[in-house]
Design a protein around this ligand. Structure first.
Ligand SMILES: C[S@@+](CC[C@H](N)C(=O)[O-])C[C@H]1O[C@@H](n2cnc3c(N)ncnc32)[C@H](O)[C@@H]1O
Length: 261
């Protein structure tokens, strides 16, 4: 990603309505799994992987429930993540159950089989440097412990292209079906496959049409309040719906799948 985008992501992480709601939705999807893993083996703190975790803006919250390895190839992102979410002390020990930033390429994960209780990957498979996202998901399954969970969250609606995609070097977007297929292809059992931010698809499509005539634009840092609170209210309502059912499409596409025990 552009260097400026990391700065915007880190700065916006606390303020921007999208990040706040995304963390809440991720927690609703993942906390029951993290608690179940903690109860399975009470003497052991769960270990999770935030794959392509960037600055930790969407996955840093997991440090409350598990020791969290954040893998990303961008040193600048790892530096911000270490600063914002803790890490290791001079003796190599984990500080405050913090986040452990590791420089790694998702196409060649440097982790042993069955290392993690959970793998989270938010908007990284879509990156241009990942020619075979399905192969990466198979590797996520490899490094996940039996009974563990993999949660993938990617840009939804294949045909949508926006200036924000250029800034974030997004090479592809995924349908909910694509997400399900990748999880099934990796031998995982799909628990949830759903769209999210469905209410943003029409405005994003309009912005995409307008922006074609303009320079590349990032969504991060703009409209932090979400039209003065309208989008956060709609996101809250959508979270209520998502507690009850899946949505066929959305500006984000999500799959939550477990590795057979
Ligand atoms: C749009 S950012 C999202 C970051 C974070 N997951 C979040 O939600 O805030 C995508 C991140 O994935 C990382 N990434 C993409 N492909 C990668 C790969 N093959 N190996 C390591 N990191 C990768 C990029 O460096 C970038 O930090």
């Amino acid at each position: 990603m552009d260097a400026d985008e990391y700065r915007r992501m880190a700065d916006a992480g606390d303020r921007h309505w999208w990040y706040r709601n995304t963390r809440l939705l991720l927690a609703e999807l993942l906390v029951p799994h993290l608690e179940r893993r903690a109860n399975t083996d009470p003497g052991r703190r769960p270990l999770v992987l935030d794959a392509g975790g960037g600055t930790g803006a969407t996955g840093g919250w997991m440090t409350r429930y598990a020791t969290t390895v954040l893998a990303d190839f961008e040193p600048m992102a790892l530096e911000v993540a270490r600063h914002d979410h803790g890490g290791t002390g001079p003796d190599g020990r984990i500080v405050g159950h913090g986040l452990l930033p590791v420089q790694a390429d998702l196409n060649r994960l440097p982790f042993a089989d069955a290392s993690f209780d959970a793998v989270l990957c938010v908007t990284a498979l879509c990156h241009r440097m990942n020619p075979d996202p399905g192969a990466i998901v198979r590797d996520f399954a490899r490094v996940t412990r039996p009974g563990g969970v993999v949660c993938l969250w990617e840009p939804g609606v294949r045909r949508l292209r926006r200036g924000h995609d250029e800034v974030t070097h997004t090479g592809r977007r995924f349908s909910v079906g694509d997400m399900r297929d990748m999880a099934v292809g990796a031998g995982l059992q799909v628990e949830r496959a759903t769209g999210a931010y469905s209410f943003l698809v029409p405005p994003a499509a309009v912005i995409g049409l307008v922006e074609r005539k303009e320079d590349e634009k990032s969504d991060v840092g703009r409209n932090e309040s979400g039209l003065g609170g309208v989008f956060p209210a709609m996101a809250r309502a959508e979270r209520w719906v998502l507690r009850r059912t899946n949505l066929p499409a959305g500006l984000s596409a999500i799959v939550v799948a477990t590795k057979p025990a």
